[in-house]
Ligand binder design. Structure first.
Ligand SMILES: Cc1cc2nc3c(=O)[nH]c(=O)nc-3n(C[C@H](O)[C@H](O)[C@H](O)COP(=O)(O)OP(=O)(O)OC[C@H]3O[C@@H](n4cnc5c(N)ncnc54)[C@H](O)[C@@H]3O)c2cc1C
Ligand SMILES: *[C@@H]1O[C@H](CO)[C@@H](O)[C@H](O)[C@H]1NC(C)=O
Ligand SMILES: *[C@@H]1O[C@H](CO)[C@@H](O)[C@H](O)[C@H]1NC(C)=O
Ligand SMILES: *[C@@H]1O[C@H](CO)[C@@H](O)[C@H](O)[C@H]1NC(C)=O
Ligand SMILES: *[C@@H]1O[C@H](CO)[C@@H](O)[C@H](O)[C@H]1NC(C)=O
Length: 540
C-alpha cells in the first residue's frame, strides 16, 4: 500500500472515531500506526472526491456517495463540475414558444420504464409525478421512406406491439411472441442488478458474462433474433422501428442487448415537469458542491502522491478520487496518455432533434403519397428495409405527436379578442437537419420550431470489449457503461458501481457497508423493503 493511501486511511480513522456514528460502523478500519502521521496529514483536510458531469451519471454518483456518508459516517467532501449552465446533461426540457405557462417538452432523454428501479424510486421519493406514455392511444405507422409497411390502430407502439391484430396478421404469432420472450428474459436478468447479490464490476465484459449477455452484446440484433427463430420481416420492420427511434441505428448495426432494451417499453413514463428534476434532486440531497459553467480541462497525478489534481477554467484543486461522468472523448479532458489510451475511441450518433408546433392534427397525407383525405398516424416510426432493397431512405428516424400545446383559447391583443386554435407539439429525430420547407410540406401550418443537435448515444456495434470502469487508483469512468447500454437509468447503475468501487478502495466501505457484493447481506437490508421493491443502494 502506498504511503499516501496509508495516511489517507489514518485521517479517515481519526475522523471516524470522533464521529457520533463510529460505533455503528459495520466495517473495520484497516489499520493505524502513529499519531504523528495523523496530525501531519490532517493538515490537508477532509478527503475529497470530484465528479465531472451533472447528468444522470454524475448527479447520481453524488447521491450514492451521500448515502454512504449518511449510513456510515464516511467523511468526504464532493465537488461536481459541470461545464454547462444547467443540471441534466442529455436530459433537458424546453417550452413551446418559450412560454412557461405551457407544458415543457423533453429535448433529450424522455422515457424510462418499470424495470428502471432507480429512476422509479427516485421519482417516488422526490414526489415527482409521472406521465405514462402508454396512455397515448394514437395510431402508429411504420414508414420505409416510400410506403407505410404497417399501421397499428389500437394502442400506442409502446404498449402493444406484440399483440395488435395487425402485427399478428403481418408477422404471424411466433415472431412477436419469441421476441417478447427474449426481451422478458433480458429484463428478468436486468432486475438482478438491483438485488443484494448484484456483482460489482471493473469490466463490463465480466458483467456480460455473469448475466449471460455476452451472446447478445457480441451479435447484432438482426443476427441474434434470426438465430432465435424470429422472422427477418418482423425484426427488420418492427424491431428496427424500435432501434431507430431509440438509438438511431438499424438492427444490423446495433448489438442485441441494446436492441432488446429498445423493445422493453413496459411502463414507459417520464417526469411530467422534466426528467432533469430527478438529477437536480440527486444533487440537492447529496449536499455536494455543484460548480456550473465550469469546464474541467485536465486531470493529473499530484506529484509524489496518489492524489489527483484537477484543472478547470476556475483554477485547480486536489482530490482523493475523481469520477468522470461524461463521454470521455467529448469531454475534452486531458489525461496522462497512458490512461487516455485505455479508453477506445467511441463514435456517437449525431442526432438532429426538431421540435415544433402545428395546427395540423395529423401530418399531410400528400407527403406520404396517400390520398388527400387519409388520416396519417401521429406516431411514425421507420424501417431501413426499403433502403436495403434499393428504395429511398426515410428522411427522418421518427416523427411523433406529443399532445396539445394549448386548447382553443381566446387571447386579447389591443382590445381585439381572437380565438387561438389548438396546436400540437411534434418531435422529429433525424440524421440530417430537416429544413423549414420540409416542415411546411409535412405539416402545412408550422408555429414554433426549436432545433437541437446531440451526440446522442454511442454507436453500438456488436463487441466483446468495453472501456475500463477503473482507469487508475482513485480514477473511475461512469460512461464506460454506455457502449453496453445507454440510458439514464443505466448511468445511475453504473455510477452506483463506480462509487461502490471507489469508496471500498479509498475508505474500506461502500454504499451499503463493507460487505462485498455477491455475498448475502440480508442482515443489512432495510427492514421496510420487501424483496419485490428492494432496490440495491436505496435499501441496502
Ligand atoms: C434525443 C435523445 C433521446 C434520448 N432518449 C432517451 C430515453 O428516452 N431514455 C433514456 O433513458 N435515455 C435516452 N437518451 C440517452 C440518455 O440521455 C443518456 O444515456 C443519459 O442521459 C446519459 O447521462 P450521463 O450523465 O452519462 O451523460 P450526460 O447527460 O451527457 O452528462 C454529461 C455531462 O458532463 C458535462 N461535461 C462534459 N465534459 C465536461 C468537462 N470537461 N467539464 C465539465 N463538465 C463536462 C456535460 O456538459 C454533461 O452535462 C436519449 C438521448 C438523447 C440525446
Ligand atoms: C426564454 O425565456 C427566458 C426567460 O424569459 C429567456 O432568458 C431566454 O433567453 C428565452 N429563450 C429563448 C430561446 O428565447
Ligand atoms: C413527499 O411527500 C410526502 C407526503 O406528502 C412528504 O412526507 C415528503 O416529505 C415529500 N418529500 C419530498 C422530497 O418533498
Ligand atoms: C459470443 O459470445 C458467446 C458466449 O460467450 C460465445 O460462445 C461466442 O463464441 C461469441 N461470439 C463471438 C463472435 O465472439
Ligand atoms: C441470498 O439469499 C437469498 C434469500 O435470502 C437467496 O435466494 C439467494 O440465493 C442468496 N444468494 C447467495 C449468493 O447466497
Amino acid at each position: 500500500m502506498k504511503q499516501a493511501e496509508v495516511m489517507r486511511r489514518l485521517i479517515l480513522y481519526s475522523l471516524l472515531v470522533s464521529s457520533a456514528f463510529a460505533f455503528q460502523l459495520p466495517f473495520k478500519v484497516p489499520f493505524f500506526k502513529s499519531k504523528t502521521a495523523i496530525v501531519s496529514e490532517s493538515a490537508q483536510g477532509t478527503p475529497r472526491i470530484a465528479i465531472i458531469g451533472a447528468g444522470a451519471g454524475g448527479s447520481s454518483a453524488a447521491f450514492w456517495i451521500s448515502k454512504a456518508k449518511e449510513r456510515f459516517g464516511i467523511h468526504v467532501e464532493v465537488d461536481v463540475y459541470e461545464r454547462a449552465a444547467y443540471v441534466g446533461g442529455r436530459s433537458i426540457t424546453v417550452y413551446p414558444y418559450n412560454d412557461t405557462s405551457l407544458s415543457p417538452v423533453e429535448l433529450g432523454a424522455s422515457i424510462f420504464v418499470d424495470a428502471n428501479k432507480n429512476l422509479m424510486r427516485a421519482s417516488r421519493e422526490f414526489n415527482l409525478s409521472l406521465s405514462k406514455f402508454e396512455d397515448d392511444d394514437s395510431d402508429t405507422g411504420i414508414w420505409d421512406g416510400e410506403h407505410f409497411v404497417l399501421i397499428m390502430n389500437s394502442g400506442s407502439y409502446v404498449k402493444s406491439w406484440w399483440s395488435t391484430i395487425k402485427v399478428l396478421w403481418r408477422y404471424g404469432y411466433s415472431s412477436p411472441s419469441k421476441t417478447k420472450a427474449l426481451v422478458q428474459n433480458m429484463i428478468n436478468r436486468f432486475v438482478g442488478l438491483y438485488a443484494t447479490e448484484s456483482p460489482r464490476w471493473d469490466d463490463l465484459a465480466d458483467l456480460a458474462t455473469k448475466f449471460d449477455w455476452m451472446s447478445m452484446v457480441n451479435q447484432s440484433t438482426a443476427e441474434y433474433l434470426e438465430s432465435n427463430g424470429v422472422s427477418p420481416r418482423f425484426s427488420r420492420e418492427l424491431v428496427e422501428a424500435a432501434t431507430r427511434v431509440n438509438y438511431g441505428q438499424n438492427i444490423d448495426e446495433i448489438h442485441a442487448l441494446e436492441g432488446a432494451c429498445s423493445m422493453a417499453a413496459s411502463g414507459a413514463s417520464g417526469v411530467s415537469t422534466g426528467n432533469y428534476h430527478i438529477f437536480e434532486h440527486f444533487l440537492e440531497k447529496s449536499g455536494a458542491k455543484v460548480h456550473l459553467n465550469t469546464n474541467v480541462k485536465e486531470i493529473k497525478h499530484k506529484a509524489d502522491s496518489s492524489l489527483w489534481t484537477l484543472h478547470t477554467d476556475a483554477g485547480s484543486d486536489t482530490y482523493t478520487g475523481v469520477i468522470i461522468a461524461a463521454p470521455f472523448h467529448q469531454s475534452g479532458i486531458k489525461l496522462p496518455s497512458d490512461l487516455s489510451s485505455l479508453i477506445p475511441p467511441q463514435p456517437y450518433v449525431h442526432l438532429h432533434v426538431t421540435l415544433l408546433s402545428t395546427r395540423n392534427e395529423h401530418p399531410n397525407p400528400e407527403y406520404f403519397g396517400l390520398p388527400a383525405n387519409t388520416i396519417v398516424p401521429k406516431t411514425i416510426l421507420t424501417t431501413y428495409e426499403g433502403a436495403r432493397a434499393g428504395g429511398l431512405e426515410p428522411e427522418f428516424n421518427s416523427l411523433t405527436y406529443h399532445g396539445l400545446t394549448r386548447e382553443t383559447t381566446n387571447s386579447t391583443d389591443d382590445g381585439v379578442t381572437t380565438a387561438r386554435q389548438p396546436e400540437w407539439v411534434v418531435k422529429i429525430f433525424s440524421k440530417e437537419r430537416v429544413s423549414d420547407e420540409w416542415l411546411k410540406t409535412v405539416f402545412g401550418h408550422v408555429g414554433w420550431v426549436f432545433r437541437k443537435e446531440w451526440d446522442a448515444y454511442p454507436k453500438l456495434p456488436p463487441t466483446n470489449e468495453f472501456p475500463p470502469v477503473k482507469l487508475d487508483q482513485g480514477l473511475y469512468y461512469v460512461n464506460a457503461f454506455e457502449p453496453f447500454i445507454s440510458t439514464m437509468e443505466t448511468e445511475t447503475i453504473s455510477s452506483r458501481n463506480v462509487v461502490d468501487l471507489l469508496l471500498h478502495e479509498e475508505f474500506g466501505s461502500g454504499i451499503c457497508g463493507s460487505l462485498l457484493s455477491g455475498t448475502n447481506s440480508s442482515e443489512e437490508r432495510g427492514t421496510n423493503a420487501t424483496p419485490d421493491d428492494f432496490v440495491l443502494g436505496w435499501d441496502c
